[in-house]
Design a protein around this ligand. Structure first.
Ligand code: GDP
Length: 325
């Protein structure tokens, strides 16, 4: 039985990746950061019906001794570093905490793997946010980076350190440059889930309007379940490498709103209003990934369309709010 250790296991990708690995017969360990809201940490794993199957182990990316202990105990064959302060807007309010967790945390994990379990395969969750002020219309593995937020700067450090540990120490370390990926398990602070949750509440008469930030930004949105499959595929290759995972289609926040409201027969223009509170100090205007390398080398592609994704998210939020009554 293969063993995997996942950081960020309570997040969207951690939950879907756990489900995928359990289905393949892995023993899954999840790093659990103790926090005051301990009762809600298992929410996503519970939603997928796998909370009891994942072994949660105490530790924190900012404490390398805890990582060393966890790796000694779990003896993983594969380590997936998904843990981060992952919300771009919050990274301007807590830039150094974001650096400690998202950048130095990845460094701690790479060091712990190198010292204790160098034969383990390592996955780093890199991000399309690293492209920021885009330098090419289609972003691929060779496109230069230009980060536009403390979050993106932190992710870039972790990305290059992963490359460097591969080249310096021969670790089987791969980095997935994932474009935005969403699902019913996406955190409510991200734009897609914020919109689908509001659509459900408005449809059910629980809300009347939706305050939004920049509607003109465009993103390359896929479904998280497709993307965690790509992570796993990267670690099954003989040689570690970096891969872009994306759909190859970019759509504006406005168009996402239109689709989500239209799914329940409403016109987004009747409900969406722009509130400057949701604008950012620096914006990433356009992201559009080129997944050709992942397709060719991994046989990977994003199967769920944006329309299917929107429908699944709106339906899930309608069901949630209906159940709450
Ligand atoms: P990001 O790409 O990791 O920053 O993912 P988000 O889902 O947080 O934001 C995607 C895009 O939506 C960004 O360009 C935001 O500026 C834009 N956006 C517009 N209105 C909102 C909003 O109300 N909340 C969020 N989170 N983003 C918004």
């Amino acid at each position: 039985m293969k063993r995997a250790l996942i950081t960020g296991v309570t997040g969207q990708d951690g939950a879907y990746l756990s489900q995928l690995l359990l289905g393949k017969g892995y023993k899954v360990y999840g790093l659990l950061r103790r926090s005051a809201s301990a009762d809600v940490v298992g929410e996503r794993l519970r939603w997928l019906g796998i909370l009891d199957e994942v072994e949660l182990v105490d530790g924190n990316l900012t404490d390398i001794s805890s990582l060393i202990r966890v790796i000694q105990q779990s003896e993983p064959d594969e380590v997936y570093n998904l843990g981060a302060q992952s919300f771009v807007k919050a990274s301007w309010n807590q830039p150094l905490l974001t650096g400690n967790v998202t950048a130095i945390g990845a460094g701690n994990m790479l060091e712990a793997v190198r010292l204790v379990r160098p034969q383990a395969r390592f996955y780093q969750a890199s991000s399309s946010e690293m492209y920021g002020l885009i330098q090419e219309a289609h972003q691929n593995e060779k496109t230069p980076f230009y980060p536009r937020s403390p979050y993106a700067v932190a992710k870039l450090y972790a990305h290059w350190l992963t490359v460097n540990y591969r080249e310096s120490f021969g670790l089987h370390a791969s980095s997935g440059i994932l474009f935005n990926h969403e699902s019913p398990l996406r955190g409510i602070e991200f734009v897609t889930r914020k919109v689908t949750d509001a659509v459900a509440r408005i449809k059910l008469g629980l809300a009347r309007e939706l305050p939004m930030g920049n509607l003109d930004a465009t993103r390359d949105w896929g479904h998280a379940r497709d993307y965690v499959r790509g992570m796993w595929l990267m670690l099954q290759q003989d040689t570690p490498d970096d891969y872009v995972l994306a759909t190859g289609r970019t759509v504006s926040v406005r168009e996402f709103c239109r689709l989500a409201f239209a799914h329940v027969g409403l016109n987004y223009q009747d409900y969406v209003r722009v509130d400057p509170a949701f604008l950012r100090p620096a914006e990433v205007d356009v992201l559009l990934g080129d997944p050709a390398k992942a397709k060719q080398a991994l046989g990977w592609s994003a199967d769920v369309t944006l329309e299917q994704l929107v429908a699944e998210m709106v339906e899930a939020d309608l069901a949630r709010h209906t159940a709450r009554g």
